[in-house]
Design a binder for this molecule. Sequence first.
Ligand code: KG4
Ligand code: ZN
Length: 347
Amino acid sequence: MAVILGIETSCDETSAAVLEGTGDDVTLRSLVILSQDIHKVFGGVVPEIASRAHLTSIVPVVSRALSDAGIDQSGIDAVAVTHAPGLIGALLVGVCYSKSLAFSLDIPVIGVHHMEGHLFATALENAGAVPPFTGLLVSGGHTLLLDVEAWGNYRLLGSTRDDAAGEAFDKTAKLMGLPYPGGRPIEQLARQGDPSRFRFTVPMVRRNDLPGDPDYYAFSYSGLKTAVLNAVRGSDDIDRDKADIARGFQDALIGSLVEKTFRAADAFGRDRIVLGGGVACNSALVAAMRERTGEIGATVFAPSPRLATDNAAMIARAGLFRFERGERAGLDLNAFASLPIPGLVAA
Ligand code: KG4
Ligand code: ZN
């Protein structure tokens, strides 16, 4: 059994967590997430402000995670830190801090890929969300459809050609005058919307798509964003139309996520579907996914909002997996703005 301190600073959350366990049998002993509200003022994350905020909060956030777990630094076996992908200055705060802490305690440091963290997040709450499964990761920066044979063994089936799913929510919210981040405000508005008024085309889905087509598992959201922009500009009463447009947007976006995930689960014979990333806490997405994949008897696992959005518990969990495999980073561990998820196998 190992005790892992997880650290996450890739974007606008400073987070630390203590997790202990072996394999899939783990206990989350603490999780502290400090969200940087300052970015709401600018309608998006300002990288330099994010880095500075991480710098001032990292020490108290880690102290709090340790005291919540009832341990001090000497109780940690390894430090797992997000080292990619993300905002480079923000990542560097977590990476430099983690390397220094690990060096001073003479314990290993492990670099974790943020998206692998999201893949593990759902298993922290649902014992059944373990491989083999079809994985859909939908965050502010990524949209990844994966077939997961085993932890650390990922077949990348599809990703976005342009905007990520969360990015599409955020940009659409912005052009509709809603606050940042836009996922939750759109979801709430869409609940009151009439689904029949704005039927936007479901992107990248045609009835005659065939397995092997280059777009069979791919996503694209920039066209949908433009269609929403045109609808907003064309409206003579935006207050009347807003909720209906939000509903049309969300239905089209969810339609593509559900169809591609269904195709993957069906093709690989998976009976488990694991959702991850901030967009995975959209309840309309989860409901639509359950309805469609129920046809093939698949169970859908979705994380709660606290673990769906950025947090260090998922980093500690992915870090434990890498730690148990004997992986250790050197003190030359670096941060990368973009990096492929580790463990990719040929499609
Ligand atoms: O995973 P995450 O916290 O950060 C990244 O790694 O990017 O995801 C943040 C994204 C944002 O784009 C946000 O708008 C979206 O998740 N999001 C949602 C919802 N809650 C957060 N999107 C749709 N519906 C929601 N309820
Ligand atoms: Zn994330």
